[in-house]
Design a protein around this ligand. Sequence first.
Ligand code: PLP
Length: 353
Amino acid sequence: MRAWEQNIRTVVPYVPGEQPQNADIIKLNTNENPYPPAPGVSRALETLDPDLLRRYPDPAAADLTAAIAGYYGMKTGQVFAGVGSDDVLAMAFLTCFCSTEPILFPDITYSFYDVWAELFRIPYEKQPLDEEFRIRTKDYAKKNGGIIFPNPNAPTGIYKPLSEVEEIVSMHPDVIVIVDEAYIDFGGVSARKLLDKYDNLLIAQTFSKSRSMAGMRIGFLLGNETLIGYINDCKYSFNSYTMSQAAIAAGVESIKDQAYFSRCVQNIIDVREWSKIRFMDLGFECTDSMANFLFVTHKEYPAEQLFEMLKKAGIYVRHFQQPARIRNYLRITIGTKEEMEALFACLEQYVKS
Ligand SMILES: *Cc1c(COP(=O)(O)O)cnc(C)c1O
């Protein structure tokens, strides 16, 4: 070890799903949307005025936050936009989780939460999911420095009814409860309505999944104006110009096209429900996912073996080595009907041979 290394912030980084750059694979491993973004998004990028690129963007990204606020019938000051929800969640951790009490989140969940907690030196305590992979509300009754969970949860896809979300939020008026709604557009009911009632609630959403814009990097928070103000103060103390002109323009166009958005989301829901049945026909067990992915396991065929077999066939899905409880599961993104047909053809051949 070099002398200076004792003064280095060492962290174990988050490991994202593989992003192979060859186009001929079927990519069902990072919950991207198989459909293109709304047509207005491409038009906005094609016609982007180069003079806009010469200048710094609006630090508040007000066109975008106003569009999001308008869409949800909220005030612009209740919206915070950032570079994907990973960015806005990191900023929320930094701003909201400053207690000496541990923050709470599920043991099986988005694996970025403990990475941020470690990075920012926030104490944390994981709460085990029940035997059916559900978040147990009573585990979150204990004293804590804040709470975060996704709804629907990842990688299980299991949705927690709004009444239970409300129970958790209402139990702890003295800490911030973050509901990560990365997958809420695929069938769940957002906790957005609870914002009027609870000023300690913060909601995170993203354009990466339901709006087909993972590559553009847009995420946002919804909360009360005071809380959003504090998060803005931290953001302006870190990087004022997070949202590029391109991202602002593309994001606004996506929000405008509600019909296109609804159609895409409905397609994914339809293919998901059809896929659940196909998986069960092939002897898989499958959680009742409300997201754009399924979480499946097979009694006879180890997940790792299936993962390798599919990869050889050019179909990428996600397999987690950790935690041990989910080692025999695969998380499979809902692709187009054609992509799913190819997946099932491959699985069927394997299971029947
Ligand atoms: C995908 C995902 C995110 C982050 O997505 P961004 O691309 O950074 O917007 C956040 N939380 C969960 C649970 C996710 O699955």
